[in-house]
Design a protein around this ligand. Sequence first.
Ligand SMILES: [Zn+2]
Length: 257
Amino acid sequence: MTVRSRFFTEAEGQAVGIENAGAAGDVLLVCEHASATVPQRFGTLGLSPEVLSSHVAWDPGALAVARLLSEKLDATLIYQRFSRLVYDCNRPPESPSAMPVKSEVYDIPGNFDLTEAERFARTSALYVPFHDRVSEIIAERQAKGRKVVVVTIHSFTPVYHGRFREVEIGILHDTDSRLADAMLTGAEGASLTVNRNDPYGPEDGVTHTLRLHALPDGLLNVMIEIRNDLIADEGEQANISAFLHELMGKALASIDE
Ligand SMILES: [Zn+2]
């Protein structure tokens, strides 16, 4: 029995969720912080139900928006089915925030003093299959001569360390800013506050997925951060996904490759 196969109960299934696998669109949607579910073997990680359902554990609303975009763009969606508190799939294994001992103001007791074996088990069960699958999807498409655009969907908390964030949508990028630039141009004059590399940027280590899967082959890419109070219910999620769909569609059409 491998480390990976005994990590989850049968009912929990596996780490990776894929929807619209046969999509014909160029965009590949990635949602690393889609879920607040903690695998049974970790109990509560020493956290209260409030913290376990808060932005500390996941990106509220992000998966719902990603699903709507998947429909509108005819895009395959890949998402992580378990909480970033156990393994944050937008971080490399060597990063302290991959298995954080603290998130914002909350200590994560279940992540204290992890052994090498425990870190390996989490990496093997959650991180490796997730990024393997992203790589496979990209490689399969490239083998068919298809174009791939990597778009990751996140949400952020409106109040962080006691401070309110004015930005409503963050368009984040690493060294390849082509798609982000086009989206920011398209967002000029929009009713929403759309900012570049805000509230996070590459210096915070948040472009890991882009660095793994888009930058090496020069694939167009962007990371989208949505303030989570704007996507709290279905109506809001529909509005924001419509806004992003239009913005992304125009941006992609404006880029000559
Ligand atoms: Zn996130």
